[in-house]
Design a protein around this ligand. Structure first.
Ligand SMILES: Cc1cc2nc3c(=O)[nH]c(=O)nc-3n(C[C@H](O)[C@H](O)[C@H](O)COP(=O)(O)OP(=O)(O)OC[C@H]3O[C@@H](n4cnc5c(N)ncnc54)[C@H](O)[C@@H]3O)c2cc1C
Length: 526
């Protein structure tokens, strides 16, 4: 196993501070970066290499390979926003986001897709983002792919993923292999609880170390409460340490000034910081157009072992239904989810003995998901980030009729794949869902199921938008360079700047766009 990157780095003199025990902030930073995830870490590495004094502020704590023990309950509590219990405002969608050094990349499942051409075209046409072109982005994607060792997964897919391959083959539907950002992966399958071998090329083991090697300071376990601004400029930030359990803030507030601030707290959290700061919002665009790739799922049982808790979590996908439709119904990407017992038990449904029986079939079960591509139609404006009374950000994401119509389509198509792959039974992940032993029975069952909040177990691991890029200030929060439309030394480099969802797992889009926008920023700073 690789030696712990952070133990070695600290020995070399990395400047890392736990805000709960020290207040030794670097003097006169050139740039403050809020958040250490996909966007924040990418920007930090580039700016530190350019010679800037970079200060990274991260709300989560520093957990590294030596802390990752494939322990679901500990990991969800320690590494995820709101202990992995974040939901949309009405509770209809459970929302997973990371909160730790490396951000969500520390806990993600390593699927690595470029931004689809159809998404770029939509952004050009509807938001005036001229650079949203495959040719212009290609060099950035190529560099990221090289840097994070992104390659199509060469090993055989685990059985959970092979179900998509087999089912689609039999139906004549498109499928392909997923590229992953791993190096020397042990195929453990517990990516979602932090990689214990450092094989996952997350920001925790790549860009954050690179930034630290170039003199950046990382202060973790501190939440930026507000930006301080005056006229058209941000002058600094106000942050506060988290308490010992990282539940809430506690202790002395710190003011830090810098001539440049990059907000990279991720969707929901970045708009939350701006709302708390009461920044100018003349067109009421802040927090609007937040998208989730809402997910609905089907559970299938096979006669043979699937063991979906082991092996690369996602290695096969199907885009058979992932085009942008003409109407408000959504396209969807078909993938599977890893099947660690704690998280899957929440989806199995039923209580007591019946729940027990379903869980006993875990090793033979396959969990397929449809990742819906929201935000590509005028009648699909996504959600709005708001503040709770205590100042925490929350997403109001109305569940509209076209989403339910898409769920119905997606349930049925996933069942077709699962039965074609040889499933003994298939059950929609729905409060009233029952295992059906034929496609005809499933179709009848589906017709009777109400498509409504709480019954359909919707979830999301991809939060995007809320600080959208736009040419015109009327249409978004930042311009196509990532600069805030009203505050001219504030940049936002994270998934919140996307004007729609991506239509594919988003981490690569965030790396590539951030790399591009940071390099352009560096040119302006020269
Ligand atoms: C379980 C799971 C699996 C996933 N799998 C994949 C996958 O396989 N492929 C893929 O492409 N995508 C995947 N994703 C999504 C992907 O990882 C995220 O979309 C991406 O990391 C988001 O990048 P970001 O920079 O916007 O925010 P993040 O990476 O979430 O980083 C934001 C950071 O900012 C910190 N922060 C927030 N507010 C503050 C504040 N006020 N002060 C200080 N710090 C703050 C947060 O704690 C966090 O660490 C997955 C997500 C989850 C939850």
């Amino acid at each position: 196993m690789n030696k712990d990157v952070y133990t070695l780095g600290m020995d070399r003199g990395w400047n890392i501070i736990d805000a709960r025990s020290s207040t030794q902030v670097m003097s006169s930073p050139d740039v403050i970066i809020i958040g250490s995830g996909a966007g924040g870490a990418t920007a930090a590495a580039a700016l530190a290499k350019f010679g800037k004094r970079v200060l990274i502020l991260e709300e989560g704590s520093l957990k590294t390979a030596k802390d990752f023990h494939n322990d679901e309950l500990k990991a969800y509590a320690e590494l995820y926003q709101e202990g992995a219990l974040r939901t949309s405002k009405d509770g209809g969608i459970s929302i997973l986001q990371g909160r730790t050094v490396g951000g969500t990349t520390t806990v993600n499942w390593t699927s690595s897709f470029r931004t689809p051409a159809s998404t770029l075209s939509y952004w050009r046409t509807h938001f005036g983002i001229a650079d949203a072109q495959e040719d212009l982005l290609r060099p950035y994607f190529e560099r990221i792919e090289q840097r994070l060792h992104i390659e199509r997964w060469a090993a055989s897919p685990n059985e959970n993923n092979a179900v998509i391959q087999r089912g689609c083959d039999r139906l004549g539907w498109q499928w392909d292999v997923i590229p992953r950002n791993v190096q020397g992966c042990w195929n453990l399958g517990y990516c979602g609880t932090g990689c214990p071998t450092n094989a996952k090329q997350s920001m925790l083991v790549t860009s954050i170390p690179e930034a630290l090697d170039h003199g950046a300071q990382l202060i973790h376990s501190t939440r930026v409460q507000q930006l301080v601004w005056d006229n058209d400029r941000v002058t600094g930030v106000i942050c506060q340490p988290m308490d010992s359990h990282l539940h809430d803030t506690q202790g002395d507030v710190i003011h830090i000034n810098a001539p440049l601030v990059i907000l990279a707290g991720g969707a929901i959290n970045s708009p939350g910081v701006l709302l708390r700061s009461q920044v100018p919002n003349p067109h009421r665009t802040l927090g609007r157009r937040t998208f989730l790739h809402p997910v609905c799922m089907n559970m299938a049982v096979f006669d043979h072992a699937i063991d979906g808790f082991y092996g690369a979590p996602q290695s096969i996908y199907s885009d058979e239904f992932n085009a942008i439709p003409d109407g408000p119904e959504l396209g969807f990407k078909i993938e599977v989810a890893p099947m660690q017992p704690s998280i899957v038990s929440a989806l199995m449904g039923e209580f007591g003995e019946q729940h027990h029986q379903r869980m006993q079939q875990l090793a033979n079960s396959n969990l397929m998901l449809a990742l819906m591509r929201d935000g590509f139609h005028q009648d699909d404006p996504g959600g709005q980030v708001e503040l709770r009374k205590n100042g925490d950000a929350v997403l109001d994401y109305p569940l509209r009729a076209h989403l339910w119509a898409t769920c119905k389509q997606a349930f049925l198509r996933m069942a077709k794949v699962q039965f074609a792959a040889g499933a003994r039974s298939v059950m929609p992940v729905h409060a009233l869902g029952q295992a059906c032993t034929s496609l005809a029975e499933y179709e009848t069952h589906l017709q009777q199921l109400p498509m409504r909040i709480f019954d359909v177990r919707l979830s999301s691991a991809h939060v995007m938008g809320g600080c959208g890029m736009s040419q015109r200030p009327e249409d978004g929060v930042v311009d196509p360079s990532g600069r805030h439309h009203q505050l001219h030394n504030l940049y936002i480099f994270d998934g919140s700047i996307f004007p729609s969802s991506i239509g594919a797992n988003p981490q690569m889009s965030i790396y590539a766009w951030t790399q591009k926008l940071t390099e352009a920023l560096i040119e302006r700073l020269r």
